[in-house]
Ligand binder design. Structure first.
Ligand code: PLP
Length: 406
């Protein structure tokens, strides 16, 4: 099977897989234990944390290790929201112990979360969930005609009710890069915390000298680490209420650490840093992606590339096959040995077109037949050659049967 779906990058590197495998049997002691095996496990966790911090260019103690990008996002969004609510309720309305000293006022409107319709479901659905619970109100950040968040519009959305802005660095379906540095600048000027979902960025793109945001989410399985390790970087001074109570992670995320997976994640971070140090390596895969796009557009009937004019990650392409259903195409591709996906993996299997593509202004008939292909640093020329033939043959076959029923 040729993996040109999200799993292209989620395949653990041999070194990361081996390190995690060995740690499973050698570092099984609880890293919170005082005895020597426990302290060896602790040391392994802290070494891995150092590797992850070094990939991000931050201090190890600023990282909260979690089980996934999704958990990190929940910690960031819920944690900041709760910290704000706590601050407000300890304000002039209550004494330091939270005892009411004046009559209660009518319920204040909930705080707002500013985000985009392009976010991964981990952010988008969480924001919608919090809104339904009455704990927050969403303000959707407008996008320009290319589907890029509009910094000028952000300024207008920020006010004293804004608890948090959350915008992804790069999109999982299209690879489109958002202007997070500019958005973060605006948030900083307004004194609003800015969370960046950098799951698709970390390990694939170099980090700037200083992180532009206040909180940043990453996930090890997106850079060839094992599944089950995510992280949240939190700038010192940012108020965050833990969402899983416990002593671990300096009381910011309770639960015994998944030592073996964290060890594997540390190895993956070190390898990613080495790979990122050579811009030619990225350019090589980008050229493969470009060749893939050019050949498909030239040979598959009416195929077009979504968001081709936007700044994009080197590894992602999203191609529309008009008149075709993405699900039928995915099944045929899979039968012929090519794994790809439509929309986010968690929403594949549904017949609805990707909300991300619709939010980017891609017309519904095109979004229905759009397929996302993701390359990894390991994708080879031969795989791309074979994938081109598989995609062209599948699109031609489905195009014929679709034309006969139209
Ligand atoms: N954010 C983005 C942009 C993603 O692509 C993903 C996963 O694909 C997530 C968040 C969720 O990360 P995880 O799978 O580690 O929960």
């Amino acid at each position: 099977m040729i993996y040109l779906d999200n799993n292209a990058t989620t395949k653990p590197s041999p070194a990361a897989a081996q390190a995690a495998h060995i740690a499973t049997t050698t570092l099984f002691a609880n890293p919170s234990s005082i005895h020597r095996p426990g302290q060896e496990a602790r040391r392994a966790v802290e070494l891995a944390r150092q590797e992850l911090a070094s990939l991000l260019g931050v201090l190890p103690r600023e990282l909260v290790l979690t089980s996934s990008g999704t958990e990190s996002i929940n910690l960031a969004v819920r944690g900041v929201l709760e910290a704000r609510t706590n601050r407000k309720s300890a304000g002039p309305q209550g004494s330091a112990r939270g005892v009411q000293t004046s009559p209660p006022r009518a319920a204040a409107p909930p705080p707002t979360i500013v985000t985009t319709r392009l976010e991964h479901t981990a952010v988008r659905d969480l924001a919608i969930h919090l809104e339904r619970q009455g704990r927050a109100e969403i303000r959707w950040l407008p996008l320009d005609s290319r589907g890029i968040a509009d910094p000028a519009a952000l300024e207008a959305l920020l006010d004293s009710r804004t608890a948090l802005v959350s915008v992804q660095w790069a999109n999982n379906e299209t690879g489109v890069i958002q202007p997070v540095e500019r958005l973060a600048e605006i948030c900083r000027a307004a004194g609003v915390p800015f969370h960046c979902d950098a799951v698709q960025w970390v390990g694939k793109m170099p980090m700037p000298e200083a992180l532009p945001c206040d909180l940043l989410t990453f996930s090890a399985h997106k850079f060839h680490g094992p599944k089950g390790v995510g992280g949240l970087w939190v700038r010192r001074g940012v108020g965050l209420v833990p969402q899983t109570i416990g002593t671990q992670e300096t009381e910011r995320r309770g639960g015994t650490e998944s030592v073996a997976a964290i060890v594997g994640a540390g190895v993956a971070a070190r390898e990613a840093a080495v790979w990122l140090a050579d811009p030619a390596a990225r350019a090589k895969v980008a050229a493969l992606r470009d060749r893939f796009e050019t050949k498909i557009v030239a040979r598959a009937p009416a195929a077009t590339v979504n968001s081709q004019q936007c700044p994009r990650l080197w590894n992602t392409t999203n191609i529309a096959f008009p008149h075709l259903e993405a699900e039928a195409m995915l099944m045929l591709l899979s039968e012929r040995g090519l794994a790809a996906s439509a929309g986010a993996a968690c929403s594949s299997g549904s017949l609805d077109p990707s909300p991300v593509l619709l939010a980017m202004g891609i017309p519904e008939p095109l979004a229905h037949g759009s397929i996302r292909f993701s390359l990894s640093r390991d994708t080879t020329d031969a795989e791309i050659d074979e994938a081109i033939e598989i995609v062209v043959a599948a699109a031609t076959q489905l195009g014929r049967s679709s034309a006969s029923t139209r």
